[in-house]
Design a protein around this ligand. Structure first.
Ligand SMILES: Cc1cc2nc3c(=O)[nH]c(=O)nc-3n(C[C@H](O)[C@H](O)[C@H](O)COP(=O)(O)OP(=O)(O)OC[C@H]3O[C@@H](n4cnc5c(N)ncnc54)[C@H](O)[C@@H]3O)c2cc1C
Length: 337
């Protein structure tokens, strides 16, 4: 599988593998990027970045460091492959009940939240409150992965194929997403399936990412939107379901409006080991990994790839928080208690 002259074999060309290829390329390293050519959650993701997330209206983990790093990285790749990848959007966070709105308002001045807040705005009909946030946007994941693959293919550094564990040679770096977690190579996981619709609608707000009703709506341009998403922990396959479609249609109806046409429906599995915190490091059976990007691969993949490349090439170890060895020790300690 690995070329004898190639130093590193990157297994998997999702967001993690693509970012790592760029990070090794920048450092002048010799590598082969391989992907089986189907499946994986990066092929499904909406690429959205939303700085303040969830029911509790909390900043994404270390976003103040990872967002500027990610944006600088995407801009550099944009220049290299001559395609627009990052589309900035203000985020409109909507509250559907007084309770939810009170919770949001109580946090607007918190030091970790305030820098992302533009201000309260008049809520659209049917909503109790709305706040506009800065720092959001969407990565065109398809353009990023296709453009990067073409670039590396042109240099003879990409090949399509399945690489069974351990067959990538001593310098194998597994960037295999949920497929690897579900094969049990990283211990117990918390992967979650998600379904997403692409819809066409006339007259919807194309100037904001909208968050509310337990979901999100991301404009794609030309009256097309991506809307999601479901969370399912038991049936971890990549098959769209009627139930998932119904749930996402409900979200679309709340966030956009009742009139829309579904033009796409996909499902994927989010790679999760510990919340949405990614991990990098050596694997016990040999080789290296980046995984567990959770539901925030667009935000964390560039920073994680840079840390791993710097570990591999310059020997600089990352902070223990993202070190897979530390995670394994901690989870074994938890199990034995
Ligand atoms: C419905 C849904 C919506 C999402 N929306 C967003 C969003 O808006 N914003 C965001 O940031 N994140 C989002 N995510 C999360 C995002 O998809 C992940 O964080 C990210 O894509 C994970 O990237 P990865 O490279 O680790 O894994 P993957 O994308 O799964 O990539 C792994 C790649 O490795 C390949 N592979 C695996 N095993 C092998 C092997 N043995 N040999 C060769 N190739 C192999 C796979 O085919 C795949 O191409 C969403 C996820 C889902 C499911």
């Amino acid at each position: 599988m690995s070329d004898s002259e190639t130093n590193w074999t990157i297994v998997g060309q999702g967001l993690a593998g693509t970012c790592l290829a760029w990070a090794l390329w920048e450092r002048g390293e010799d590598f082969l990027l391989m992907d089986r050519g189907a499946g994986g959650s990066s092929r499904v993701a909406a690429g959205m970045v939303n700085p303040i997330t969830g029911k509790n209206f909390e900043p994404s983990w270390r976003i103040a460091e990872f967002l500027p790093e990610a944006l600088a990285f995407y801009q550099a790749v944009e220049r290299r492959i001559e395609r627009q990848l990052w589309h900035p959007f203000p985020v409109l966070r909507l509250a559907g009940s007084d309770k939810e709105w009170r919770k949001i308002v109580a946090k607007l001045d918190a030091p970790e939240v305030a820098p992302w807040v533009v201000g309260e705005v008049e809520p659209p009909a049917g909503w109790v409150g709305a706040v506009e946030l800065r720092g959001g946007g969407r990565l065109d994941t398809r353009a990023f992965m296709e453009g990067s693959r073409e670039f590396f293919e042109g240099l003879g550094r990409f090949r399509q194929g399945d690489v069974p564990a351990g067959e990538g040679g001593p310098h194998e770096i597994r960037c295999e997403g949920a497929a690897g977690l579900m094969a049990g190579r990283y211990g117990p996981h918390r992967c979650a399936k998600g379904e997403i619709l692409t819809v066409r609608a006339a007259g919807w707000d194309e100037g904001h990412i909208r968050i509310g009703a337990g979901g999100w709506l991301v404009p794609q341009g030309g009256g097309v939107f991506k809307v999601g998403s479901t969370y399912e922990w038991n049936e971890l396959d990549e098959l769209p379901t009627a139930k998932g479609r119904l749930r996402v249609e409900e979200i679309a109806g709340r966030l956009g409006g009742e009139a829309f046409e579904v033009i796409g429906h996909k499902a994927g599995v989010r790679p999760i080991l510990r919340r949405s915190q990614p991990l990098i490091g050596p694997m016990e059976g040999g080789g290296w990994m980046i995984n567990a990007l959770g539901s925030k691969g667009s935000l964390y993949a560039p920073g994680m790839a840079a840390r791993l490349a710097s570990w591999l090439v310059e020997g600089r170890e990352p902070e223990p928080e993202v070190d897979f060895r530390v995670f394994l020790e901690q989870s074994r300690g938890d199990e034995s208690q």
